[in-house]
Design a protein around this ligand. Structure first.
Ligand SMILES: Cc1cc2nc3c(=O)[nH]c(=O)nc-3n(C[C@H](O)[C@H](O)[C@H](O)COP(=O)(O)O)c2cc1C
Length: 161
């Protein structure tokens, strides 16, 4: 099996997860930031791992564009989806961002946890996070919830094929 790992990341945590997954796959794999992806390359792969952060309840804009532009070719593949975010479950709004043709092809999906480094955020983003902090009565400064066990579980699902 030949696997493509296609991801996007605002602040790097999804990218780090994508590389961790690549390191541990027992299959031949390529990794690409979807912003630099050329569609004709999809024909080389049997399975596609898609990685995205959750940002204000939605999938990364570049991943949404990648899914929409390549939905016909992706519908022919086995899809594995991982998300980085602070929610406890994958929100319904995130699944709405995935075209129906591809939804049926998702073999396994997982929310791996997320990371916030407040100093990296724009003023607008900081305001959004501070609103969430107040609502959830939680301090998000330098928060890291990425769960290595979930990454292992995710890799296991692909390696067992
Ligand atoms: C402005 C902003 C909005 C966010 N919105 C959500 C959200 O709606 N749901 C969620 O689970 N996580 C949310 N997060 C947390 C990110 O998904 C998390 O920090 C993730 O690890 C970021 O991935 P990245 O480093 O690859 O960009 C948000 C983070 C920021 C900065």
């Amino acid at each position: 099996m030949n696997v493509l790992i296609a991801y996007a990341s605002y602040y790097g945590s999804t990218e780090r997860c994508a590389y961790k997954i690549k390191e541990r796959l027992r299959y031949l794999s390529s990794i690409v930031n979807v912003s630099y992806f050329s569609a004709d390359r999809l024909q080389d792969y049997d399975a596609v791992i898609i990685g995205s952060p959750i940002h204000i309840g939605r999938i990364h804009r570049a991943v949404r564009k990648f899914l929409e532009s390549n939905k016909t070719a992706l519908a022919e593949k086995d899809i594995y989806l991982f998300l980085c975010g602070l929610d406890t479950d994958i929100p319904e709004s995130v699944m709405k961002d995935i075209p129906d043709e591809i939804k049926n092809k998702i073999v396994f999906k997982s929310l791996l946890g997320g990371e916030i480094v407040k100093d990296n955020l724009s003023g607008f983003e900081k305001m959004g996070i501070e609103t969430m902090e107040k609502k959830m009565k939680t301090d998000f400064s330098n928060l890291k919830t990425i769960d290595d066990n979930k990454i292992e579980e995710f890799i296991g699902k692909i390696n067992e094929v």
